[in-house]
Design a protein around this ligand. Sequence first.
Ligand SMILES: [Zn+2]
Length: 342
Amino acid sequence: MRSELASERIAARGAGYPTVRMRRLRRSEPLRSMVRETELRPSDLIYPMFVSEGREPRRPVPSMPGVCQLSVEEALRDAEAVLSCGVPAVLLFGIPEAKDELGSQAYAEDGIVQRAVRALKGRFPELVVITDVCMCEYTSHGHCGVLRGDEVDNDRSLELHALTALSHARAGADVVAPSGMMDGVVGAIRSLLDAEGFEQISILAYAAKYASGFYGPFRDAAGSAPAFGDRRQYQMDPANGREALREVALDVAEGADMIMVKPALAYLDVISRVRQEFDLPLVAYNVSGEYSMVKAATQQGWLDERRTVLELLTAMRRAGADLVITYHALDAARWLIRAEGA
Ligand SMILES: [Zn+2]
């Protein structure tokens, strides 16, 4: 059997042009769509939202055209739009009014994310609500945990990350997503959730999160730029691919239900390698800088937005992502629905 297949391959290669003509299957859209290998559907997308305690209900983020910081009321409005175009899930980030050394608003029962989760799940029980679990939007120093000197103290931070996840679960979150790249955070969250009766709540681990220049606009949106230094002590070096596989393996061993690679565009090779090694649902985060690059170029008329966005999201799926978190989710879903109806 084996040798037969091999000989067929040789025959196919031997045939070549003019017997083989690859263009035959590209001649019309029905043909092209029949042999299309990768599908992109609204249900593959997750829409990130910034919920804010600020007074303005809808505050545009200048470096991310089309993205706003939202009051809880406005978040409800957007969530309705999300569901109506077939996107099943949102990822919530919180922007608190007050910050402190220990990021106490991150795990406050009446914190902004906790209130938003309650409101969203109350109004739209079918919406999958994923919460970002980190401290950097809540700490006065803007780092992802408790400081000891100028360094984030990994082990002391774990408890606060776990408490944050627990408070999100209590508010009704379906999935918690630790993003701080603290060693052991997935295990710490899993054991606290289980001990408190939330064994059904899933964990989406930001397993391979790189220290990336593409997060710039997000920090505008979330007000989470570190007050000093950067996050290279805990986020991954962009030069490393093999290390991503170790990071993912550890999070899987600690109980992650889904794994993430972030950013997406400059890390398609990492997505592909993780896909080959692991069977868990794999999520790619099409981050703020990737979004803003496309927006800036399309505003100049240099790129066709619809075509570029759908091509990029399809590439992330082709590389191996099951799901893509993207600020383009609403636009992309509408384009996909329209194409389907046409
Ligand atoms: Zn963080």
